[in-house]
Structure formats: C-alpha cells, structure tokens
Design a binder for this molecule. Structure first.
Ligand code: UDP
Length: 384
C-alpha cells in the first residue's frame, strides 16, 4: 500500500492529524472511516424537508481559549458570532443556566444582590464542611450551590443523564458547570466562540481536502488490520477496548438516542437548547437547530426541526458518547493504556481512543500535540 500513515477515524482528532501530516510533513495519509460520512460526531447535515442544519450526534458548540486551536480552526472555516445559552425547565417554570444570579432570583422568588446571593448559597452549602474535598458529584454540587438548587436543577437531570446515584459519580462531572453571581448566562467562558458559517461538514471536508489525503468511507479498520499490521504506522481513534478485543473488559460508556421531529411552527421553544430537570420527563433536553443560526435568512418561517435527547447505558455496538469512569473503568483504562504503550507502530488518540470526554477544541489541541511530540519527530528524524 502506497501510504505513509493510516489514520483510523475521521473525527476532529483524526482529521487534524491527517491534515497536518499531509500539509506540513508531506506524508501520504489514508483515513479509514467506518461510517458513511466524515467528521465523527461533529458531522452535520441539512434536514431534507426544511434545509435546517442538524447535528445528528447531538449539538456541537465550538469554543476555545487556545489561540493555536482558534488560529488553526480559522484556516478551514469562518465562525458566526453565536453565543451559547441554555435554559432549563423545572416544574413548569423556566430558568437560565448555568446557575447564575438570574437563576437564584427566579428560583427563590425575590431580588438578590450578588453579596446576598453568595451569603444565601454559602449558608445552604454549609452542610458540606468548607475546605473538605467533596467525595462525589452530590457533595461537590451541594458545596457549590447548596441543596435546594442541587435538588431542582442537578439531581433529576443527572439521574437521567447517568442513571447512576450521584453519590457514586465522580465530582469532576459537575466541574464543567460554573456558578456565577452575576446575570451573565453565557454557557461558555472561553475567549473564542462561534459556529462554522457554512456548517460543520463543510469545515471538516476542507480539512480532508488535500491531495495527499485519501478518505475511505464505510471501511472498518478491523477488516484490514491483518494486511496493515506492522507495515505502516497507524493513528487509531476508535474505541480503545475494541482495539484490544475487549481483553481487559468493556470500558463503560453512556450512549444517546435522538428523536428528530419536524414541527409545523416557525419556533418551537424560542431557544437552541432547553434542558428538562424533572426526573419524570424522559428526555434530558430538546435541541431546536434553527436557533444555532439566526443569521440564516433562508430557513423556513413556518417549520422547525427539534431533536429530543435521551441517555442510556451503552451496549457493545451502540455509539459511545460519555465515558462513565467508574473506579472499575479507571482500573481497566490503566491496563489498556499499558497495552497501548506496548503496541508498536500504533498511536491512540481522541475521545474514544483515550477514553476521555474531549470537547472539539480539546480534540484538536490534543491532535496537534501528537503531531508535535510523536509524529513530526518520527517522520523527520527517523526517531521511534
Ligand atoms: N447538569 C445538570 N443539569 C443541567 C445541565 C447539566 O445537572 O441542566 C450536569 C449533569 O450531571 C451533566 C453535567 O452537568 O452531566 C455536564 O453538563 P454539560 O451540559 O456540560 O454536558 P454536555 O453538554 O457535554 O452533555
């Protein structure tokens, strides 16, 4: 085979590696993609009836404070000025997220100054001894926002998202959610944020559009593995446990089910993402895609596309989305990492290949790091 490098998977990690190796190192890169489209879970397409861009694998919002990643992304796409905001419905009332002064005032039904709100939450959070390391998600959340807000906005949603007792979930799950004592309800605090002007797929296709890159869709690496073994270096971004035939057991993942629906209205919910905090609502959130691109004048004004999101435990064969990361998973991961370290000629990367929840910007940053630290030295200095 006439290639210098095989990249397994065409998500952001795989495409960043492929693009840099082709454009900067002049390598011939073969990208193998099991699905019938590129882009991994960032893939987007136009819903055929309405022409509204949908994210088939859940909403993807681009944000980063990493200047190198931002500069790199801007080589392939321009970004809109979209700023993500999320609301949550709890007991038939709507509140802004992440939890901020607006949420606190609305929930407790009166006006609070920032200092008053801090004092209130400090009092409600005092059941977790200040300074003591929270042992699990519930303790972490209560220490940040107090029990009433935890029970309203976190407990039910987290129970649906993880189907695991919050006492058994790691505290880190919640550290993604800031708490603010201002009315700022931007979801992300990064320097740069926006959505690709002509969609994710156009961006991803431009990354793959290089004469030295060949992408083969609908090809499972494991069908070719024996032919490739040892003959060409591989960057593998598929599931780590699958690579090793699940020898150390399955790594736990959450999967998502999506229900897409075209509605006969120009606006279903007035915002891009509405979370549902009540435990008896079976879905965690509803996405309404038109609101990601208010600048697109060509979207119909009498129809809209919504997508309900449901979370459940992944079986083999389901799409893995969120690493569950129980203590057993972490022990298995260490054993898989050791196997990966000893696997000659193969580098493991990306969300699936490292069993890590990576935002898009983190996947790109991590791929650029792999090129810097492993691939460029290997190919330019003959180092291994
Ligand atoms: N979360 C919650 N209530 C919400 C939103 C998030 O309890 O309304 C918790 C939940 O445990 C979730 C975590 O915060 O798993 C991270 O949420 P985020 O919205 O960052 O997750 P993502 O958008 O990546 O699914």
């Amino acid at each position: 085979m006439n290639v210098d490098l095989v990249v397994v998977g065409s998500g952001f990690f795989g495409l960043t590696v492929a693009e840099r190796c082709a454009a900067e190192l002049g390598l011939r890169v073969l990208v193998l993609e099991r699905r019938d489209h590129i882009g991994g879970n960032a893939y987007s397409e136009d819903e055929p009836e309405t022409g509204i861009e949908i994210h088939r694998y859940g909403a993807h919002l681009f944000h980063t404070s990493n200047e190198r990643v931002w500069e790199y992304a801007n080589r392939f796409t321009r970004f809109t000025g979209y700023q993500h905001r999320v609301y949550t419905t709890f007991k038939d009332r709507v509140y802004p997220l992440p939890i901020n002064l607006g949420t606190i005032c609305a929930y407790f039904g009166r006006a609070f100054t920032p200092d008053e709100a801090r004092a209130l939450i400090a009092e409600q959070a005092a059941e977790i001894t200040p300074g003591r390391e929270p042992r699990n998600l519930e303790e972490k959340a209560v220490s940040l926002i107090g029990r009433p807000l935890y029970e309203a906005f976190i407990r039910g949603y987290t129970a649906k998202q993880w189907q695991t007792d919050p006492l058994d979930l790691p505290a880190e799950v919640i550290t993604r959610l800031p708490v603010r004592y201002t009315f700022d309800n931007r979801y992300f605090s990064d320097t740069h944020e926006g959505l690709p002007v002509d969609g994710y797929t156009a961006w991803l296709e431009r990354m793959a559009d290089h004469p030295n890159i060949e992408v083969r869709l609908g090809v499972d690496f494991f069908d070719l593995r024996d032919d490739l073994a040892g003959r060409v270096p591989v960057v593998y971004t598929g599931p780590l446990d699958r690579y090793f035939g699940y020898a150390e057991g399955d790594l736990g993942w959450r999967t998502l089910d999506f229900e897409l629906e075209v509605r006969e209205t120009g606006d279903f919910q007035g915002t891009a993402v509405m979370n549902y905090a009540d435990e008896d609502v079976p879905y965690t959130r509803i996405h309404e895609f038109r609101h990601f691109h208010p600048e697109r004048r060509y979207y119909p004004d009498d129809r809209t596309v919504i997508m309900r999101e449901f979370s459940r435990s992944a079986e083999r064969g389901d799409e893995p989305y969120y690493p569950v990361n129980t203590a057993d998973d972490r022990a298995r991961l260490l054993r898989y990492r050791e196997l990966a370290r000893r696997e000659d000629g193969v580098l493991f990367g990306g969300r699936l290949g490292t069993y890590q929840y990576l935002d898009m910007h983190m996947a790109i940053a991590s791929a650029l790091g792999m090129v810097d630290n492993r691939l460029r030295p290997h190919f330019t200095e003959g180092e291994r």
